[in-house]
Design a protein around this ligand. Structure first.
Ligand code: FAD
Length: 416
């Protein structure tokens, strides 16, 4: 079938169908575990491959991360994505919590402080937009103090349903299914297509697993398997710090967001940070990063910061981000097909017809979740499962997450 430029055929998905519902997921962080869960819910058998001894040890290895949406002053596609993802995750957590008592989280609310001129402007704009109180409230200084339980002299945007989660417990709950086989201490380093199947091989070229469908969700090492796919993605090193709670700090009732975030006491400890260091792809704990986190906390919440007990490093890891900050969730494109069929789209021939996109059948990706992966991975994985299950989603968010979007951008600019 052919389409006009306005239909954006380069973002169309075919109605994928498969001989068997068996998939291999590479990577046991939140992206891989969410991908597995969504396929398991729709009748698939999943083999999940993780190179470490445990799941959730790299970016998803933080002790506690915040769950909240990212709001923009005016409505935007980005905001729509984060709000939908946030709502989706809340529903999923409710469902999981009913059968998984070890799921460690608390939807105690999140206060995003209006701590600088830009946040103050956002606060003003959000106040005018009139949200439902159970989703977002714009609080004045007295209300912020009351809601937080500590001295926090700021206006704030309050998300009563937000909170924190321990990502390892999230991952564990997601893969707890009789049709999920988890292979730990296995490193997937090569893919080979044999007839309809993709074989996943280790560094000795030994077969680890095979299936028609592969989901690549290997975090910072996503390029190992997708190096020829033109997926711009950048590492950002982050470290969180933990501190023993004090009588004063125990009064904190909500998660607080400033430049970074701060949790209430969890088993007697607060988690705060995180640092952002671009282009560093080695995750090494650094005492200087703890100083940075401490200074930042002191800058915004001095009394709270001064009250803390022993401070130590919590976790350091690489989160991956993309140039437009949207993750990649979709099928891997057939680059040759794009080059051959869409080479002239920069000329804007609106009357010309173009064929629908072609993909490397069976290869899918969920990566580039940046610093909000705990909130967004579930929604992205649901979309990915829809694509794999042949539902052909084609809305603006699906297009924004498409793994071929930067290639299309270059073709449009004639800069490929
Ligand atoms: C310090 C810090 C604080 C954060 N705070 C928050 C927060 O408050 N809220 C929030 O929403 N998000 C937060 N994030 C971001 C969030 O944690 C990430 O977006 C998310 O964890 C990314 O998940 P992932 O599954 O893509 O990557 P990872 O968790 O890194 O998972 C990838 C997995 O793939 C495995 N792997 C890689 N290559 C292979 C291979 N070849 N074979 C087998 N296995 C392989 C790795 O071992 C790893 O376990 C934070 C991140 C950091 C680093």
């Amino acid at each position: 079938m052919s389409h006009k430029i306005a239909d954006k055929p380069w973002f169309h998905y075919p109605a994928f169908s498969w001989q068997t519902k068996r998939a291999v997921v590479i990577g046991g962080g939140i992206a891989g575990c969410q991908s597995a869960w969504h396929l398991l819910q729709t009748g698939w058998h999943v083999t999940l491959i993780e190179r470490h001894k445990k799941l959730a040890t790299e970016a998803s290895g933080n002790l506690a991360g915040a769950i909240l949406p990212k709001m923009t002053a005016l409505e935007s596609l980005g905001e729509d994505f984060y709000v939908q993802a946030f709502r989706y995750t809340l529903k999923q957590l409710e469902q999981l919590a009913a059968s998984h008592q070890h799921l460690h989280y608390d939807l105690c609310g999140v206060l995003q402080l209006a701590h600088n001129a830009r946040e103050e402007k956002r606060w003003q704009a959000l106040q005018k937009r009139g949200f439902e109180d159970d989703f977002l409230q714009c609080l004045n200084t007295a209300q912020t103090q009351q809601q937080s339980g500590i001295h926090a002299p700021y206006k704030s945007v309050f998300f009563p349903q937000g909170g924190w989660i321990n990502p390892a417990s999230f991952c564990k709950a997601l893969i707890d299914h009789p049709n999920c086989c988890v292979l730990l201490e296995s490193e997937a380093l090569n893919l080979k297509k044999v007839k309809q199947q993709w074989q996943v091989l280790d560094n000795q070229h030994h077969l680890i697993a095979q299936a028609e469908v592969i989901i690549m969700s290997s975090g910072k090492d996503i390029k190992q398997l997708t190096q020829y796919n033109d997926l711009p993605i950048m590492p950002v090193l982050g470290q969180t710090t933990q501190a023993n709670a004090s009588a004063t700090s125990q009064k904190l009732k909500t998660v607080i967001g400033h430049e970074g975030y701060l949790t209430p006491a969890i088993n007697g400890q607060h988690i705060f940070g995180a640092t952002f260091e671009r282009d560093k792809n080695q995750a090494i704990i650094d005492p200087i990063a703890d100083k940075t986190n401490q200074q930042q906390l002191y800058k915004y919440l001095a009394e709270f910061s001064d009250s803390l007990g022993k401070i130590e490093s919590s976790h350091a890891a690489i989160r991956m981000t993309t140039p437009d900050r949207f993750p990649y969730a979709g099928a891997l494109i057939d680059r040759t097909f794009y080059n051959n069929n869409y080479a002239d789209i920069h000329q804007g021939k609106y009357w010309k017809s173009y064929p629908s996109a072609h993909y490397q059948k069976g290869l899918f990706i969920l990566a580039g979740l940046g610093s909000r992966g705990l909130t967004t991975a579930g929604y992205c994985a649901a979309l990915l499962a829809d694509i794999i299950n042949g539902k052909q989603p084609n809305d603006k968010i699906t297009q924004a997450l498409h793994a071929g979007r930067f290639m299309v951008k270059r073709l449009k600019q004639n800069s490929h």
